[in-house]
Design a protein around this ligand. Structure first.
Ligand code: TRP
Length: 448
C-alpha cells in the first residue's frame, strides 16, 4: 500500500542551507521510497498572504522550483505542482469555509499572535490583519484534503494547522454524511538537523542569519561561512567542537569518519579561518553539482513551467473528479440530473436492478472482476488477483466508498484508487462514464 505524503512550500524567500538540510534533502530522499506517493507544491496562494511584493513572489517561485528539482526531486515519480494551477483548491476552500467555525480560526496561533501584538501596543485587535491571514488554515486544509493525503510532513510551527485540517475535514464528512476526506496525520521529522545560522541561533530568514544555498554561487557561500561567529581562541588553542556552529554544520553534510576527523582538528587547535575553509570545501562537494543543475534550470524557465504544468495536470486528475462529486452532494448538482438515492429507489422498484459485480478467472492463476451498471454497461475492470478472497474483500470495500471513491484520470481511462493504489480501471475515459460510475458507486453505498 502506498502512503500519500503531501507538503507545501510557501514561495516568499530564497532557499538557504538550513532549508536544504532541514526540509529539502530529507523530503527528496523520502520521495524515493517505493511505498510513498509524494505530492510537493509551491504554496503561492499562501505566499500572497505574507507578501504583496509581486516581483519577490515571482522570483521565489522560480528559485524554489529550480532548487527542489536541482536537489533531485524527480517530477516523473512525484506530483510536483503550483497551488495556483489547481482551481479545485480555492473551490474547496470555499466549501470548507462554509463549515468551519469562526471560533476555530480565532484560536489559530498566527492570528492570535497578531492580535496579541496589537493589544500590547494599544491598537485595535485586528489592525493590519487581513482576512487572508485569518483564513490561512482553511486554504491549507483544502491543499491537503483535496488530495486525500495521509501524511503531511511539516515544521513544528505548522502542527496546529494540520490539526485544524483534520477538524475541518471531519466536520465536513459529518455534516454531509460521507467519508469524503481522508483525515491527515502530521509528521514531524525529529532526527532532522536544524542548522545554526551565522550568529549561532537557528538559521532562519527571520533572524537574517542565513547561509545561501545557491544564490551568489560558491563565492557567496564561502563569504557567508567566513562570517559565522566563533569564539576568540587563537590558532594553536584547542577549540570546543560541541559548542561550535562550524562542527554542527559540518556534521550535517559529512559522514561519521569525516566528522570525527574534523572534530579532532578542532581539539588539536586548528585556526578558525582554516576550519571555515574546510567546512566550505565539504559543503561545496555536495552543493556544487546541484548548483550546476540549478543554474541550468534557472536559465530555462520555460522548462520549469512545463514541468509544473505537467504536475498540475497529474494533480487535477485527482482533485477534479473529487470536487465534482463534492459539488453533487452538497446541492450543486446539475439541474434535472437525478440524485442517486432517488434513482436507486426507482431502479429497485423496476425489479431490483442495481449495479453488480461479476468475478471471472483470468489466465491460469489469476482472478479479476468487473462492475456493471444496472443497465449492463461495463464500468470497471479490476486488476488481477492471485486470491479470489482478496477480490471479494475489495468488492466489499468498493461497495462502501460512495462519494469517497478516489478516481484518477490516467491516459485513456479512469482509475479507481484505494489506499493510493490503482485497483480497477474503466474501459475508457470521458465525463459521461465518470458520472455513470459515480452514480453506480453511490447506489452501491446506499444499498450497503
Ligand atoms: N503553511 C506551510 C508553511 O508555511 C506551507 C503549506 C501550505 C503547507 N499549504 C500546505 C504545508 C499544506 C503542508 C501542507 O510551512
Amino acid at each position: 500500500m502506498q502512503t500519500r505524503v503531501l507538503t507545501g512550500i510557501t514561495t516568499t524567500g530564497t532557499p538557504h542551507l538550513g532549508n536544504y538540510v532541514g526540509a529539502i534533502r530529507p523530503a527528496v530522499k523520502a520521495s524515493r521510497h517505493a511505498d510513498v506517493d509524494a505530492f510537493f507544491f509551491l504554496a503561492d496562494y499562501h505566499a500572497l498572504i505574507k507578501s504583496d511584493d509581486a516581483a519577490r513572489i515571482e522570483r521565489s517561485r522560480l528559485e524554489i522550483a529550480a532548487t527542489w528539482l536541482a536537489a533531485g526531486l524527480d517530477p516523473a515519480r512525484v506530483t510536483f505542482y503550483r497551488q495556483s494551477d489547481i482551481p479545485e483548491i480555492p473551490e474547496l476552500t470555499w466549501f470548507l469555509t462554509c463549515v468551519t467555525a469562526k471560533g476555530l480560526l480565532n484560536r489559530a496561533h498566527a492570528y492570535k499572535a497578531a492580535v496579541d501584538r496589537n493589544g500590547e501596543i494599544g491598537e485595535d485587535p485586528d489592525a493590519g490583519v487581513t482576512a487572508g491571514l485569518y483564513m490561512y488554515p482553511v486554504l491549507m486544509a483544502a491543499d491537503i484534503l483535496a488530495f486525500d493525503a495521509h501524511k503531511v510532513p511539516v515544521g513544528r510551527d505548522q502542527i496546529q494547522h494540520i490539526e485544524m485540517a483534520r477538524d475541518i475535514g471531519q466536520r465536513f464528512n459529518h455534516i454531509y454524511g460521507r467519508d469524503f476526506f481522508v483525515l491527515p496525520e502530521v509528521v514531524i521529522e525529529e532526527q532532522v538537523a536544524t542548522l545554526p545560522g551565522l550568529d549561532g541561533r537557528k538559521m532562519s530568514k527571520s533572524y537574517d542569519n542565513t547561509v545561501p544555498l545557491f544564490a551568489g554561487g560558491a563565492k557567496a557561500l564561502r563569504e557567508a561561512i567566513m562570517r559565522i561567529v566563533t569564539d576568540s581562541r587563537a590558532p594553536g588553542e584547542a577549540k570546543d567542537p560541541d559548542s561550535s556552529s562550524l562542527y554542527t554544520i559540518f556534521r550535517a553534510f559529512a559522514d561519521e569518519a569525516e566528522s570525527a576527523a574534523f572534530r579532532q582538528s578542532l581539539l588539536d587547535g586548528i585556526g578558525w579561518g582554516e576550519a571555515k575553509q574546510r567546512l566550505f570545501e565539504r559543503i561545496e562537494t555536495d552543493v556544487a553539482p546541484m548548483r550546476e543543475r540549478y543554474e541550468a534550470l534557472i536559465a530555462k524557465p520555460d522548462e520549469i513551467e512545463a514541468i509544473l504544468r505537467d504536475g498540475a495536470a497529474k494533480a487535477r486528475a485527482i482533485a477534479s473528479p473529487k470536487l465534482a462529486a463534492i459539488r453533487d452532494s452538497i446541492g450543486l448538482r446539475a439541474m434535472g440530473s437525478t440524485p442517486a438515492a432517488k434513482s436507486n429507489k426507482t431502479a429497485a422498484a423496476k425489479g431490483g436492478k442495481a449495479p453488480r459485480f461479476a468475478s471471472f478467472r483470468d489466465g491460469a492463476t489469476g482472478f479479476r472482476f468487473r462492475l456493471f451498471a444496472a443497465d449492463g454497461e461495463e464500468l470497471l475492470l479490476s486488476m488481477p488477483f492471485a486470491d479470489p478472497k482478496a477480490g471479494g474483500a475489495l468488492q466489499q470495500r468498493i461497495r462502501q466508498l460512495g462519494h469517497a471513491a478516489v478516481l484518477r484520470e490516467d491516459g485513456e481511462a479512469l482509475v479507481l484508487e484505494l489506499d493510493g493504489e490503482a485497483v480497477a480501471r474503466t474501459p475508457q475515459a470521458g465525463d459521461e462514464l465518470l458520472s455513470r460510475l459515480r452514480e453506480a458507486l453511490e447506489q452501491l453505498a446506499a444499498q450497503d
